[in-house]
Design a protein around this ligand. Sequence first.
Ligand SMILES: [Zn+2]
Length: 332
Amino acid sequence: MTSLTAAPPWLAAPMSALRAAREQGRTHHALLIHEAPGTGGDWLAAWAAALVLCERGNTAPCGECTACRRVASLHHPDVSWVRPQEDSRQIRIEQVRELSAELALTSHGGGYKVGILTPADALNRFAANALLKTLEEPPARTLLILVATEPSRLPPTVLSRCQRLRIRAPERAESIAWLTEVRGKGDWGAALDTLGEAPMQVAQGDPAELAEVGVDTRKTLDALTAGRTDPVAAAERWTRSQLPLRLLCFENWLTERIRCGERGGALLAELRAGPYLSEPAPFLNIRELFGLIDEVRDLRATLDVPLNRGLALEALFRRIAPAGGVRDGVQG
Ligand SMILES: [Zn+2]
């Protein structure tokens, strides 16, 4: 995890809200961090944990005491991180029960106990119901933190018991300045083009590699929409290298299409431009684009499941390719 002292500037508002609540002794027992993807929900959760656990009250979180360093290295005995288990895309009821039992124990440091569920929108229905009990009757000095990109997937009964903190996607210049500060010089603009305005995610990668895969992936997608490349060959190529990264880039590419459509009123205008104006190009409305994003996400989430990814990818590619297939025998 990035150091707790290198605070991303776009988190300033939720951080000062948390600090003010702490100073006034009214820290809410349950927080819901609603983040734009890759903008630092987990970082803010760790920071909030350090805020209540730091050994230097006045300057908390100092980032230097044992408690702060343990939180930052994800090894604090009073902080439980709950994530979907490796073979699953869900947080299950057993995990929530385990967390509740842990929170009921006396803390190691004599202070708060913190439970962080991320992504909380991965809680399945039973797990969310089990969590509700702890949310309704939390043990004293408990802090529960739910991190979610799509909180609407959570039951209203859970949402209504949490104090909501919003993290919006930062401006491009802000992201680049922060990435340069924490990671040094690099073509961060191109890296952000690949993954979208998700600086926290970008910070974990190599900017040159991100940029290169991004350019190549978008080239394939543009060629597919123009009918200049064969979906089967493209799917085969993607499954051979950098598939998870390419799928993230695909998702971002689709999101961009939705944004363009919302801005210009014309969906996929740029798909219909280009050298094949006379040909009927695919018309995808916003609902179809959102549907495609969900499918790309599903595919990304099941990458460790043995299934024919080439076939699944090919089916997705056919949805964005013109109906007539590859034109003029040109392979892109
Ligand atoms: Zn500290």
